[in-house]
Design a binder for this molecule. Sequence first.
Ligand code: CMC
Length: 433
Amino acid sequence: MSKKPKPKVTLHIDDKHFDLPVRQGTEGEMGLDITRLRERTSLVTYDNGYGNTGSCESQVTYIHGENSILRYRGYPIEQLAEHSDFVETAYLVIYGDLPTATQRAQFSALLTENAAIHERMVYLFESYPRDAHPMSLLSAMVNALACYYPHLATNNIDRDMVNINEAAASLISKVRTITAMAYRMSRGLPIIYPKRSLKYCENFLHMMFSEPYDLYKCEPEVARALNLILLLHADHEQNCSTATVRMVASSGANLFASAAAGVCALWGPFHGGANQAVIEMLQAIHDSGDDGTHYIAEAKDGDRRLMGFGHRIYKNYDPRAKIIGRACEQLLNKLGLDDPLLQIAHKLEQAALNDEYFIERKLYPNVDFYSGIMMRAIGIPLNMFTVMFAIGRMPGWVANWREVASGKPRIYRPRQIYVGHTQRDYVPVEKRG
Ligand code: CMC
């Protein structure tokens, strides 16, 4: 833990001076506490896109974007990626410490117990169009969990906190079942139910790819790759979807409602939807016969974005991208796959890393740049990539919901600078135009 002396900050407005308190985190980062700014000065702050706004104090994840550092509960992502798996990491993210063997077994058992979904939810799937986007379906189904398991979603924070262990396990376990069911139904395939004897990732792949007459044989490398993808997505501090989850939670809404809102926020192509957009971009480059040169030129002209590149926080390599890039190569080698999109991705990466435009703006590959190629190798369809991100992010959303709920939440309610019309008088319809 590094402690720097806190600076003394004074705000000068005309001839008045206001001392602003400074809050300091355990890693030494500091933020101006403006909680009483408006009350004392009648000013609010303006921060388009919240790039300079700390909206909460959190103990879950630490990121240092300039130094490529990502830690869950203090543990470096590189160590977790090497030694842990998704379920253990989920426990760590939610409860704050690595589990003992007993805690690990209890958590796994709770996930197993809560893997099935209420049978009547199958009718909900049936009423959706066959080609519905799985993210739309996922947010609807996650929100619907509140109707089927009302004792876990009372919208009374104290009561919801009493059942948080069951609610968390239900969410983390059922999203996997929901996702696999949505996939099977979209293809007109029979639903495959979860199997108690299987581990988290193996069970998901079983529900996705087994047939009633032919069980899916899960290669250990594939299960390991899926564990890694989910683990690397488990949390990422106050990104768009997690901030949304906290925003909804701050109103007292239950975990399922808050996570459903998170799914919606994640769907966009600038956030979780980027993993789908990366493959679409690579495929389009491949189909056009371009080696990426043309695409990069268009990105530099501002006509397009190089998907899977750039990050609000990382101004250096996203540490997750480094891990996933290596794992992607290993998986394809193990499975004996030669994906032409991987060659294009390598070329784009090299070209961008040596190009002044990307260097100046500190644009590096992010987690989404290689994760899609890995998911393709596993057999996950393109329109489900962002759903996989959502499955991975559930522990982070649970942890952040829990932090809000256990901290006597104050409803999130930002201010704005109004720039619309000043007062004007109502005009009857016949006099308009
Ligand atoms: N390709 C080309 N130019 C870019 C890119 C890109 N991917 N990203 C940023 N820029 C340029 C941007 O045009 C701007 O240039 P200028 O200063 O000349 O106007 C400059 O870099 C700064 O961009 P910004 O939009 O202010 O950066 P931001 O912090 O608001 O946006 C971002 C971050 C991730 C939305 C953006 O980099 C982006 O759109 N990347 C592609 C989408 C993507 O891969 N998203 C996944 C993010 S990682 C997973 C997650 O956590 O969601």
